[in-house]
Design a protein around this ligand. Structure first.
Ligand code: DGL
Length: 288
């Protein structure tokens, strides 16, 4: 058992022995694909299920109890169906809340994704960093605790982007995303005050790397954009242990809890990312 404040708290022991392991990667939507890409490399040969709770996306606007109840409900459906050896909660909005509840209910290990504040602090030269996240993540006690623990003496801009995750989804679904809409969301990250200019922006929502090229192009000045996905994948691989991951029949499929917004462009994007098979596990939210 160990604690890793970059990739989340990890419980458990070596989980995979001999046979091809199955890894369940979960997000509210398509953002977890940025983590999935890294996992595919770090755990080449594992079977993957990528699960998107698109029936409820976005989580960033939901009250905390609703996020906890929903993620537990989805896991209660998916874990008995797919028997994963490891679950990666590839969502900051969920991981900053729900990991204790999941670990109470299930004995398999969970790897989470939480804002990469500690690495940002070690990277900044100016002493000012921005955390770009959903409104949910910026409110979390967990996030504030990370800042208190690791960002002493550093100016931290906590930026709650209300629509950026949805813009990232629209981009992958093949719709045009206006530069002005992206710029509106990222502008508060860029602060030049008291001789300290933001030089690191933490991508504290797994969706945001999907629009990284656009964000880099629109940034008022160059910064380091910190994407924790490679570190999360390394953590998952460490946890998987020294398994022979050269299975010939490794498999991957995407599961959606609604499927209502699956466009042709999205199907192509999923296939290009190694997810040609799509299944619907309908889970309409009970509060709708
Ligand atoms: N991808 C999710 C995250 O990392 C959040 C998107 C949302 O559902 O609001 O926080």
């Amino acid at each position: 058992m160990g604690v890793d404040l970059l990739a989340g708290t990890v419980y458990g022991v070596a989980v995979m022995s001999g046979r091809t392991p199955t890894v369940l990667v979960f997000d509210s939507g398509l953002g977890g694909l940025t983590v999935f890409s890294e996992l595919r490399t770090a755990l080449a040969g594992a079977n993957f299920i990528y699960a998107a709770d698109d029936a409820v996306f976005p989580y960033g606007r939901l009250p905390e109890e609703a996020v906890i109840a929903r993620v537990v409900e989805v896991m209660q459906r998916l874990i008995p169906l797919h028997h994963p050896d490891l679950v990666v909660i590839a969502c900051n909005t969920a991981s900053t809340l729900v990991l204790p509840a999941l670990r109470n209910r299930f004995s398999i290990p969970f790897v989470g994704t939480v804002p990469a504040i500690k690495p940002a602090v070690s990277l900044t030269r100016t002493g000012r960093v921005a955390i770009l996240a959903t409104p949910g993540t910026v409110k979390r006690d967990y996030t504030h605790q990370l800042i208190r623990s690791f960002a002493d003496g550093i100016e931290v801009e906590l930026v709650g982007a209300t629509g950026l995750a949805s813009l990232c989804e629209a981009h992958l679904e093949g719709y045009t995303v206006e530069d002005a809409a992206v710029l509106d969301e990222i502008s508060p990250c860029f602060v030049d005050r008291d001789g300290k200019r933001t030089d690191v922006v933490v991508l504290a929502c797994t969706h945001y790397p999907l629009l990284l090229d656009t964000m880099q192009r629109l940034a008022p000045w160059p910064v380091t954009w910190l994407d924790p996905a490679p570190a999360i994948a390394r953590r998952a691989a460490d946890l998987a242990g020294p398994v022979s991951l050269k299975a010939l029949h490794a498999d991957a499929a995407a599961v959606f809890t609604s499927g209502a917004r699956i466009t042709g462009d999205l199907r192509r994007a999923l296939a290009e990312r190694g997810l040609p098979a799509i299944a619907i596990e309908a889970m309409p939210p009970q509060w709708h």
